[in-house]
Ligand binder design. Structure first.
Ligand code: DX5
Ligand code: ZN
Length: 224
């Protein structure tokens, strides 16, 4: 029944947007009913690819009132939190694999008065985040190995999403369960059924050959 359906949020990833008109693309995604704008920051070390830094976050900030969800795929993320907060980030997600002192990094993000997220690569088990689960606002389960847009969804991660959903519910924790990588109208229903509540999608929103509004509507329809 409709009233039992969980609320699903949508976070278009601008990694697959037209960078020559990023502001407009952000505004289009907001107009299409996005809940967050997902910003992928890569350093060429933690992941093989290089993307953007805080000046781009600052540049898109005036284009939307939606929360900017900054996904840091970088080494030593603690060195860069302040600059992304100053640029206008609302959510900062760091990788558990990149943080020796994850507890301290989460504290640092929360002290900066933004929401804290922790991300897990497909090969990282859930128990790696067990101790900080009560402290984070978001858990981002990667459904591809991070580094590039347009990669194929990794089916094996679905079991991990279901385990995390069960764990959060059993502990009464309110952290948002987000998924990132290979999400489209085919895989969205699979991850939602497993327990995901925030869907990050890049190429399926910005690179589908259809207008952004139509592309996002198609993903939304697949889970409604
Ligand atoms: C992958 C990034 C993703 C990426 C998703 O490393 O973290 O956010 O933009 O792109 P798609 O949806 O094309 O897999
Ligand atoms: Zn991402």
């Amino acid at each position: 029944m409709a009233e039992n359906r969980p609320l699903i949020k949508f976070a278009p990833s601008i990694l697959s947007a037209d960078f020559s008109r990023l502001g407009e693309q952000v505004a289009e995604a907001a107009e299409a009913g996005a809940d967050y704008i997902h910003v992928d920051v890569m350093d060429g070390h933690f992941v093989p690819n290089l993307t953007i830094g805080s000046p781009v976050v600052a540049a898109i900030r005036p284009w939307t009132n939606l929360p900017l969800d900054v996904h840091l795929m970088i080494e030593s993320p603690e060195r860069h939190i302040r600059q992304f907060v100053n640029a206008g980030a609302d959510i900062i997600t760091v990788h558990i694999e990149a943080c020796i002192h994850i507890h301290r990094v989460v504290q640092q993000i929360k002290e900066a008065k933004v929401r804290a997220g922790v991300a897990l690569n497909p090969g990282t088990p859930l128990h790696a985040i067990e101790e900080i689960l009560p402290l984070v606002n978001t858990v981002l389960v990667m459904t591809v190995n991070p580094g590039y847009g347009g990669q194929a969804f990794i089916e094996e991660v679905v079991g991990k999403i279901a385990c995390l959903r069960a764990d959060l519910d059993a502990k009464g924790l309110k952290a948002e369960l987000a998924v990132d990588g290979g999400i489209d109208s085919v895989t969205a229903p699979i991850v939602v059924k497993a327990g995901a509540r925030v869907l990050v999608a890049g190429s399926a929103v910005f690179n589908s050959g259809k207008p952004v509004g139509e592309a996002l509507a198609r993903i939304k329809a697949s889970v409604q």
